[in-house]
Design a protein around this ligand. Structure first.
Ligand SMILES: [Fe+2]
Ligand SMILES: [Fe+2]
Length: 354
């Protein structure tokens, strides 16, 4: 029996009386009516289509980025030893995490979703995580980085090994044969898994993004910075998708959102903030190119508060963003002003060049 409510295995007599209205009224993010055929119109969750359309407009591929300058700088003396180390550490964890997301979204999250329009958005998200994995490998090759120092870092660095292990274990907790979203506890565990995903995409990438932007700000590794802008823009929509998934389940099944669950998720987010600060500081050491450990701490806490508020939980830190210059690289938190205008429009549908 597949997970979810896939009803197509039933008999004709069971569906003959069903209307579209009936089907849409029974549609839910989880535990809804789902025949497995992805009928995505009419919509129950129109925000999911908006996100899907936003994702389509964000098309990009790694080949459109030039890493020539990065290669010259990496081979020359443009980066100090500390900067090189920082760059490799940030890249190692970011690439590990994107790989994990391809699998966890496909295996842990998507099978339980019973809203076709949300499934489409997650399927596109999985593709984008593949794109990110591919872009890191294109970057490693184009810059001439030693893959052993990037992909092999977790085998040499205990800190990274245990961070990856903890990330994997927390996401795969519900990936067991007896798991079902049908019970209250199951639905709660699923919401917690979605908040874990929000932690991965909405907190764990952010010290890495900051490191790459800071290099770019100092005219170092500009191709890598540009690639991170593309990835960051995708992640913005992934965060929005999971915030909407969590908040919609809260509306559809309010009994799930108990005080203990809220407390648990809040604790998870605060733990993740601490982990990300610890990891970020292990990358930047005493400080690098104007980023100090104190500033990095405030920044990750600022991001953590944003994620807490987005799903209706009390912010914990009430700090402001210590890096106002990030606005040069991002707009609406993620998208650089000219970046969107200049690079994306060419790739909107109907403008392909053959
Ligand atoms: Fe990603
Ligand atoms: Fe993502």
């Amino acid at each position: 029996m597949p997970v979810g409510n896939k009803m197509f295995q039933g008999e004709f007599s069971e569906v003959a009386e069903m209307s579209n209205q009936h089907i849409i009224n029974k549609r839910r993010i989880i535990n809804g009516y789902d025949d497995g055929l992805l009928q995505a119109s009419p919509l129950k969750h129109p925000w999911a289509r908006d996100i899907f359309k936003g994702m389509q407009k964000n098309n990009w591929v790694a080949e459109e980025i030039s890493f020539q300058k990065d290669k010259e700088q990496w081979e020359g003396n443009a980066l100090t030893g500390q900067e090189r180390e920082c760059f490799l550490r940030a890249l190692a964890f970011a690439s590990n995490l994107d790989g994990l997301l391809v699998n966890s979204l496909s295996e842990v999250i998507k099978p339980h979703i019973t809203s076709p329009e949300v499934v489409l958005a997650i399927a596109r998200q999985i593709y984008e995580e593949c794109l990110h994995v591919d872009s890191y490998s294109c970057m490693v090759e184009a810059v001439g980085l030693d893959p052993e120092l990037v992909y092999g870092l977790y085998r040499k660095d205990k800190h990274l090994f245990y961070k990856n292990k903890r990330v994997l274990e927390s996401m795969y907790r519900i990936n067991r044969p007896d798991f079902s979203t049908k019970s209250l506890e199951g639905a709660q565990e699923f919401v917690e898994a979605c908040s874990t995903n929000l932690i991965f995409e909405g907190i764990f990438f952010f010290s890495a993004f900051l490191v790459f932007y800071n290099f770019g700000r100092h005219n170092k590794m500009p191709g890598s910075k540009e690639m991170i802008q593309f990835i960051n823009r995708d992640e913005d929509l992934h965060v929005r998708l999971f915030v909407n998934i969590i908040n919609t389940i809260r509306q559809e099944q309010p009994e799930v959102w108990t005080a203990p669950l809220q407390a648990q998720i809040r604790r998870n987010i605060l733990d993740a903030v601490d982990m990300e600060i610890e990891w970020g500081i292990s990358c930047i050491g005493d400080g690098i190119l104007g980023i100090t450990p104190v500033m990095l701490t405030d920044y990750i806490r600022f991001i953590g508060d944003m994620r807490l508020s987005a799903i209706g939980l009390e912010p914990a830190f009430n700090v402001s963003n210590p890096f106002p210059w990030l606005d040069e690289f991002t707009q609406n938190n993620m998208i650089e002003t000219n970046f969107f205008e200049g690079t994306v429009r060419e790739y909107q549908s109907g403008s392909l060049e053959w």
